[in-house]
Design a protein around this ligand. Structure first.
Ligand code: TEU
Ligand code: CA
Length: 546
């Protein structure tokens, strides 16, 4: 049976950078309300809000200090209720970002937990150090360094897989699970339609033995996708989520296809879909920060694996942790518009639920910062410090940060070409890209051939088309950074051909165009630089060979 969340396009909002209405340089909930009509226009059916809960903001809200309150930076609970009501009027549903692997160290639970005798002690993971004066084990954190932080007051260490101000909750404690259920109920009762579950496959730590040697994350094998983790997800699903008309999308760290299949299996009843990272790491080495050459053939291979492997995919190219896709797999200079549209066409011709990230629909690019001081992201700063310690030259460090920093996606939304980009009248929490004079929402609305118009067209097309959402996926061709695949359902079949290179390419295909980033109605085989076409009734002169 098909579900409403398989039919709609999701749009991720990073509230801090979406729309400021009170002139403090930070986006807010009234700003989201103000922009609802534009989102409706675009064709969006679901909004995912990055965290707006009360938070000290060490990791921009992914460190929650009160799950039942709104951070004053973004507004009030009344604003949030108004947003839910206004969105409902437009038939737009809202999912919240739920971060339950860890809380902020400012959360009341954690503060109380520092007391050995408190009932909150076991809400977190406390351990004595090893006899040699070393921390409890050798695990390393996602944001660098040890996962253990010594707390003077407690005389023990606590575990944090991310920043030290993000202590991990203890999922061996049923009280913690009960709290999570309450929080979920609280928001579902307010009318939210589900959750994006942050780092949801690493919440259960099965053992605290030393991790085996690893170049990046040591300890992973003790807590990634453990049976205990699966059990908790099933319990949340059965007891809470199934009681509402809701869905979940899990963000899953270093997940492989087998794990993903288990996490999303309909019968098991854990997650509805999940975010994996493989398709964005085709040009990355082990650590996301180390680049290598992009090869479209490799991308096709990865897409094939996941499109064929999972029953239902969450299809995304951007989020608040990733560089902008046009700067990443496209060309944000000479071929900006063509490559942004080519990537859009690729995304909308993949099966699953589409997730767009704010600004993607206008082809926003990576930041134009020139100095580390302009960055806000703790991860970028930590990685820079680490690389410095490893004596990597400044030029290389900056090149890596510039291509992979999370702040690339976090610069304010470019609504107009005016000062402040129509985002804010004040000086903003993170710099605005100077290219907002050219790349902005207002300019693109005025043009029928803009990237924004193309997205609108794609959303509308897909809404009416089951083959793109539900059809099978077959790889057809990969040569010289041109790839092609087929999507088919019943007696409908489409061929998608994409050129990832900055020069025109000849392909063995021809046929009738349904969607393309150029004007022609029939395709004779030659793709423009970053050209993209979707054909119906295709002639193919050569069979695909790997
Ligand atoms: O990200 C989790 C995650 O897998 C990170 O390793 C992320 O991919 C990495 O930062 C990319 O370099 C989630 C959130 O999306 C992120 O914003 C949070 O900082 C993190 O969890 C901790 O809550
Ligand atoms: Ca504001």
């Amino acid at each position: 049976m098909r579900k409403w969340w398989q039919e709609r396009v999701v749009y991720q909002i990073y509230p801090r950078s979406f729309q400021d209405t009170n002139g403090d340089g930070v986006g807010d909930i009234p700003g989201i309300i103000m922009r609802l009509p534009e989102l409706k226009e675009l064709g969006v059916g679901i909004l995912w809000l990055s965290p707006i809960y009360k938070s000290p903001g060490v990791d921009n809200g992914y460190d929650i200090s009160d799950y039942r309150d709104i951070d004053p930076l973004f507004g009030t609970m009344a604003d949030m209720e108004r947003l839910l009501a206004e969105a409902e009027k437009l038939d737009i549903r809202i999912i919240m970002d739920l971060v339950i692997n860890h809380t902020s160290d400012q959360h009341e639970w954690f503060q109380k937990s520092r007391d050995q005798d408190s009932r909150y002690r076991d809400y977190y993971i406390w351990k004595p150090g090893r006899r040699n004066g070393k921390p409890p084990n050798n695990w390393t954190a996602f944001f660098m360094g040890s996962v253990w932080e010594y707390d003077q007051k407690s005389g023990e260490y606590y575990l944090h897989l991310f920043h030290r101000q993000q202590p991990d909750l203890n999922y061996d404690n049923p009280l913690v699970i009960a709290e999570v259920k309450d929080i979920m109920r609280f928001w579902l009762d307010k009318g939210v339609a589900g959750f994006r579950l942050d780092v949801i496959n690493i919440i259960y730590k099965a053992s605290f033995a030393n991790g085996k040697p690893s170049l990046i994350i040591r300890g992973l094998e003790h807590y990634k996708s453990q049976e205990g983790n699966h059990q908790i997800l099933r319990e949340l699903r059965r007891e809470i989520l199934d009681k509402y008309d809701s869905f979940t999308v899990g963000e899953t760290v270093m997940v492989d296809l087998q794990e993903a299949k288990e996490l999303c299996d309909r019968e098991r009843g854990e997650l509805d879909m999940l975010f994996y990272f493989d398709h964005l790491e085709v040009d990355r080495r082990i650590a996301r920060y180390i680049p290598k050459r992009f090869r479209a053939a490799k991308l096709l291979q990865v897409l094939t694996k996941w499109q064929q492997g999972l029953e239902w995919n969450a299809v995304y190219l951007e989020n608040h942790d990733q560089p902008r896709i046009v700067s990443h797999y496209g060309d944000d200079q000479l071929h900006w518009e063509m490559s942004a549209k080519m990537l859009a066409l690729m995304q909308f011709t993949l099966g699953g639920t589409i997730f767009l990230y704010q600004g993607q629909e206008i082809g926003m690019t990576n930041f134009d910062f020139t100095d580390m001081k302009q960055l806000n992201d703790i991860e970028s700063h930590n990685i820079n410090t680490l690389m410095k310690r490893l004596l990597l030259p400044a030029k290389l460090r900056w090149y890596w940060i510039r291509t992979a920093s999370r702040d690339n996606a976090r610069t304010p939304m470019q609504w107009s070409g005016a000062k402040g980009a129509g985002f804010s009248t004040a000086s903003t929490w993170l710099g605005i890209n100077k290219n907002h004079s050219d790349i902005n929402h207002q300019e693109q609305l005025s043009r029928p051939d803009s990237i924004h118009s193309f997205y609108r067209k794609l959303i509308a097309f897909r809404e009416q088309n089951d083959t793109l959402k539900y059809g099978s996926f077959t790889p057809l061709y990969a040569r010289k950074n041109v790839i092609a695949y087929r999507r088919a359902l019943a007696d409908e079949s489409y061929t998608v051909i994409l050129n990832f290179s900055p020069v025109p390419r000849l392909t063995p295909f021809s046929g009738t165009v349904v969607l393309a980033n150029t004007e022609e109605k029939t395709f004779a085989g030659k793709l423009a630089a970053y050209g993209a076409v979707m054909l119906i009734e295709t002639n193919e002169t050569v069979k695909y060979k790997r």
